[in-house]
Design a protein around this ligand. Structure first.
Ligand SMILES: Nc1ncnc2c1ncn2[C@@H]1O[C@H](COP(=O)(O)OP(=O)(O)OP(=O)(O)O)[C@@H](O)[C@H]1O
Ligand SMILES: [Mg+2]
Length: 299
């Protein structure tokens, strides 16, 4: 089985705000350093990747913003093989009606778009990449995107839509080509949700999560002995007291977070790797580079 970065498509999933964009960017940096032509796909109007990465640091790293609406138009055009007809349908509200009536169609065309980007010779033109990394939207943990091709392959058994969906579905379900990375925070609910996501993916699509990244883990700065000493300090000035309390509360937090990581390792089937919390108000390129080096070491 190829490792995560030797696949063609990697979906970075996880709940809102856990660090999906950060981890997707870090993965992109690793793959580009290894000389692969990488496209980082941002779904919907997030536009955060370019802000985080700044001027593109590596020759082979590209950003692509996948707009579900535009992807739908492209898809329709391709399906109908006629720009005129697609234009008429797209503009008439009929298409909107059809897509509203068909749950998961947005996800299907979004998957279709990233699938296309992951081909060496994309249908829609463009350069072709070795690897597409998708920063999946938080809603539904990315499950909806992974599920849509299979749903459509089943609904539209015959005809071009069914065939198209089936091709995407078999690509998505082929672990040699597609990987799933889930990002979580080291807290009780996120850990539960990550385990639940892994099970749902297995149950519904017979698909495994390749890697779980626990992001922004509080480092344990002190050993047992240090902590015991801190706990024994009695009295002291106001300032010293505040500093000691802060240190102890940080220690307790780190301990709780590490306990959640252990719990996740026990409950999950996928390997769990951790990334440290970076103590900066905003992550910049240099921090991403550092996280990417750490991630590469652990993958
Ligand atoms: N390891 C880390 N240490 C410190 N801050 C981090 C770390 N990872 C991410 N952050 C910060 O946390 C915030 C959320 O990260 P990010 O945007 O990657 O999450 P996300 O899952 O993509 O969020 P959304 O669901 O909103 O797209 C950002 O401000 C980011 O800079
Ligand atoms: Mg994001």
């Amino acid at each position: 089985m190829p490792s995560l970065l030797d696949k063609r498509l990697v979906l970075v999933t996880g709940k809102g705000g856990v660090g999906k964009t950060t981890v997707a960017a870090a993965l992109g940096l690793i793959a580009a350093r290894r000389g692969r032509r990488v496209v980082l796909c941002e779904v919907a109007d997030q536009a955060r990747l370019s802000g985080m990465l700044g001027p593109l640091p590596h020759e082979g790293l590209h950003l692509e913003s996948v707009e579900p609406e535009r992807a739908k138009q492209e898809w329709l055009r391709y399906q109908l093989k006629s720009r005129t007809l697609a234009g008429v349908l797209g503009g008439s509200g009929l298409f909107q009606y059809l897509t509203a009536a068909a749950p998961g169609l947005t996800e299907l065309v979004t998957m279709g778009k990233v699938w296309d980007l992951a081909q060496l010779e994309p249908r829609t033109g463009g350069p072709g990449y070795d690897l597409a990394i998708v920063d999946a939207p938080a809603t539904g943990h990315g499950l909806a995107m992974l599920r849509a091709p299979s749903t459509y392959a089943n609904i539209a058994r015959v005809g071009p839509v069914g065939r198209h969906a089936e091709r995407i579905d078999s690509f998505v379900r082929d672990p040699a080509q597609t990987g799933v990375l889930t990002v979580a925070l080291p807290e009780e609910m996120p850990v539960n949700e990550t385990v639940e996501f892994e099970r749902a993916l297995q149950r519904e699509l017979v698909l495994a999560v390749d890697t779980i990244v626990v992001n922004a883990l509080q480092p344990s700065r002190w050993g047992k002995e240090d902590v015991r000493r801190l706990e024994e300090v009695d009295g002291g000035g106001k300032v010293a007291r505040a500093a000691i309390d802060a240190a102890l509360s940080e220690h307790r937090r780190a301990r709780a977070e590490h306990a959640q990581v252990r719990r996740l390792r026990r409950a999950a089937s996928a390997p769990v790797v951790t990334l440290p919390r970076v103590f900066e108000p905003e992550l910049r390129r240099e921090h991403l580079e550092r996280l990417s080096v750490e991630l590469e070491r652990k993958l």
